[in-house]
Design a protein around this ligand. Structure first.
Ligand code: F0G
Length: 461
């Protein structure tokens, strides 16, 4: 009996065919190009294209954010802004688990790099844009280490009724992210200073000019980011993990995640909450210093502001600026600090800080495991490894690490990490204090010569 599926020569005068398992990809009769061919008469073809529509009945349900909208019911359906965000995956990652000292089947990576602008920010941006539309705003602004600005620029370009204004620290943003802001047409202001300076300015300017602010100080943005946790639960078939590990920058995610679990708990939809672990970069570790070293606590809203003030003053006096290769979380004055303290209490949280070299090694392990992330994202994996070593997280607990942004956001850093060329390595990593890396996958230079190429491939086997 003829095959249901085969390969067929595109030349109607030839008629050559090949099995679907054939990998020569050339017609066995004439050497021409092949098509994949089906015996449609014997296959279950839908009778109408509406068959596919039924799989995504409502466009709002296509969004990985808005299909959970009953859990953040602040907008009428007609006002919702969506560009297909939140179609992201929670993948079991046994190789990365082994690197972290965990048992197989216990670690999952929530890959937010799959969002339209390549980071988790789109979850929140669709919510902020929806709220902005409800309030009649026509301009939206943010300060950014890069991803918020990329997301804002994409949404502005897609919806067309909002003008984007972006504040970035000069020389502080990776090219992948800067290119998105420019390509999508946002007004991009490079402030002489860092993220902390830019955030202060954007708050002043938004107030003065009445521009809608989309930084994570905007609570509607954080409502959208709750959906990351809803998708995690969905992927785990509604089983609550023991831990969620997340990088900490401006501390929006951790605040949003804790609120999601708190509300699910209050609504009787989950019977326990996971613990949260927030991972700072060692060069931008305000939250770690205040929470773990100085014992700052939420204290039912009566937290000790004087500890925070004294810490910030010491940064000013010593001229210490945030400094990490994980540029997305190069933040010393996290705007959501009080909310994050509350999150730690609600979810019995811990905070750790990870060195840049450890973050980059963790990033390479994540990449080798099949998901490409940017340095800040890998802080979650570096932090998990630390917490397993300390015995805070058990190797048999179920853990979800959030990978917040895509590997292509900062390809310069990735190429430098894997580079065999010392000059390239030093220019990007060496001069920022990274002495050696553990998992470099160096490109192999080879002559344009068949024997030499074959030899190089066989030598690597
Ligand atoms: N990971 C990535 C890739 C980020 O871009 C950010 C924040 C974080 C983690 C930290 O998240 O602020 O919720 O604690 N980026 C912001 C920006 C600050 O401007 O793009 P957080």
């Amino acid at each position: 009996m003829a095959e249901l599926l085969f390969q067929k020569c595109i030349n109607p005068h030839c008629g050559g065919t090949a099995a679907h398992t054939d990998t020569a990809f050339a017609c066995p009769k004439c050497g021409g190009l092949l098509d994949v061919a089906y015996d449609w008469d014997r296959l279950p073809v839908p009778t109408s294209l509406k068959h596919f529509e039924a799989k995504w009945a409502d466009p709002l349900d296509f969004s990985g954010v808005w299909r959970f909208r009953e859990l953040f019911p602040f907008a009428p359906d007609g006002k919702i802004v969506t560009i297909g965000e939140g179609q992201t995956l929670c993948q079991r990652a046994d190789a990365v688990a082994a690197y972290c000292g965990m048992n197989p089947g216990q670690l999952f990576l929530q890959y937010e790099g799959m969002n339209p602008s390549g980071s988790f920010k789109d979850n929140g941006m669709s919510a902020a844009f929806t709220h902005a539309r409800m309030t009649g705003a026509t301009r939206a602004a943010c300060a950014s280490t890069g991803n918020t600005s990329a997301s804002l620029a994409v949404y502005c370009a897609a919806v067309r009724d909002m003008r984007g204004v972006i504040f970035i620290g000069s020389g502080k943003i990776s090219y992948g992210k800067l290119s998105q802001a420019l390509e999508h047409g946002a007004l991009t202001l490079q402030i002489h200073g860092d993220f902390d300076d830019a955030l202060r300015r954007v708050q002043q300017v938004s107030k003065q000019l009445g521009i809608y602010l989309v930084n994570s100080v905007n609570p509607f943005r954080l409502e959208g980011q709750k959906s990351i946790m809803f998708r995690v639960l969905e992927a785990l078939r509604w089983a609550v993990p023991d831990w969620v590990v997340v990088p900490g920058g401006n501390l929006g995610n951790v605040s949003s995640f804790a609120k999601a679990f708190r509300e699910l708990s209050e609504l009787g939809l989950i019977s326990r909450t996971p613990r949260l672990a927030v991972i700072n970069a060692a060069g931008a570790d305000t939250f770690y210093q205040l929470y773990e070293k100085q014992g700052l606590r939420w204290n039912d809203g009566q937290f000790d502001q004087s500890k925070i003030d004294a810490y910030y003053e010491s940064l000013d006096v010593t001229g210490r600026k945030a400094d990490t290769l994980a540029s997305a979380i190069e933040i010393n004055r996290p705007v959501n600090l009080p909310k994050a303290l509350r999150a730690m209490e609600w979810c019995n949280g811990v905070v750790r800080s990870a060195a840049d070299a450890d973050i980059l090694d963790a990033k390479a392990r994540v990449g080798a495991g099949g998901l490409g992330c940017e340095p800040a994202s890998a802080a979650s994996v570096a932090g998990l490894r630390q917490l397993v070593r300390e015995g805070v997280i058990d190797k048999d607990e179920r853990v979800v690490c959030i990978l917040t942004g895509h590997v292509l956001k900062d390809s310069d850093e990735t190429v430098a990490y894997h580079s065999a060329d010392q000059v390239t390595f030093d220019a990007k990593l060496g001069k920022r204090g990274v002495k050696a890396v553990a998992f470099a996958n160096r490109a192999v230079p080879v002559e344009n010569d068949l024997d030499a190429i074959v030899k190089a491939i066989e030598a690597s086997a």
